[in-house]
Design a protein around this ligand. Structure first.
Ligand SMILES: [Zn+2]
Length: 62
């Protein structure tokens, strides 16, 4: 949760189309495509938990 808020505050969540956003990885070197339902980061692809990118997108959209 804290990571997600940080990402938003640092401008790491950029809305693209619809509810899809471009998000920045925690080391700032990569970007991912994230929607509230899915994310293409390594953690998101495993889909074992909701990664903080998705949390950030959900928070940013709220
Ligand atoms: Zn992710």
């Amino acid at each position: 949760m804290a990571k997600a808020r940080e990402l938003i505050e640092q401008g790491g969540v950029v809305p693209l189309r619809g509810r899809v956003c471009r998000t920045v990885s925690s080391d700032g070197e990569r970007t991912y495509l994230t929607a509230p339902e899915a994310c293409n980061c390594p953690a998101g692809l495993k889909a074992r938990f909701v990664c903080f990118h998705r949390v950030a997108v959900i928070l940013a959209a709220a």
